[in-house]
Design a protein around this ligand. Structure first.
Ligand code: RTP
Ligand code: MG
Length: 143
């Protein structure tokens, strides 16, 4: 299996619940390395650009409103099979359907405010990592 990178966003609801560390801890326990990270408050334009693939969906307006409602933590995670592993740790989009022990099952209640985002394919990950980080902001582990 290949070492991959994926983009994580800890969404405004989870930041408000003060569980950034608990979510980071899930990544670390799964042997995903945090190789970049920052907190920021997304502008409407930045959030719309990030979710451009959902532009025509009925929930798009609410999604952008939520994602700009407070600070988020964006991170790059690195590890074997990182994209799929991270999605597994997150659980289903709808927390009510998320498997026990997943981040969404434990820290989210509704599909609209579901605690975390994770890239859904290596191609999306490449686009999303570049959307938030310069190469110089990513720090691969040397030990
Ligand atoms: P994300 O992109 O945030 O990691 O979530 P995801 O891949 O699991 O889900 P996606 O289909 O990409 O949808 C992005 C976000 O839009 C909201 N959503 N609402 N009401 C609905 O039917 C609906 N479907 C999606 C969710 O907040 C989802 O995380
Ligand atoms: Mg998605």
């Amino acid at each position: 299996m290949a070492v991959e990178r994926t983009l994580s966003i800890i969404k405004p609801d989870a930041v408000a619940k003060n569980v950034i560390g608990k979510i980071y801890s899930r990544f670390e326990k799964a042997d995903l390395k945090i190789v970049a990270g920052k907190m920021l408050h997304l502008s409407q334009e930045k959030a719309e650009g990030f979710y451009a693939e959902h532009k025509e969906r009925p929930f798009f307006g609410d999604l952008v409103k939520f994602m700009t409602s407070g600070p988020v933590v964006v991170s790059v995670l690195e590890g074997e099979n990182a994209v799929a592993l991270h999605r597994e740790l997150m659980g289903a989009t709808n927390p009510k359907e998320a498997a026990e022990g997943t981040i969404r099952a434990d820290f989210a209640e509704t599909i609209d405010e579901n605690a975390v985002h994770g890239s859904d394919s290596p191609a999306s990950a490449a686009r999303e990592v570049a959307y938030f980080f310069e190469d110089s902001e990513i720090c691969p582990r040397t030990r």
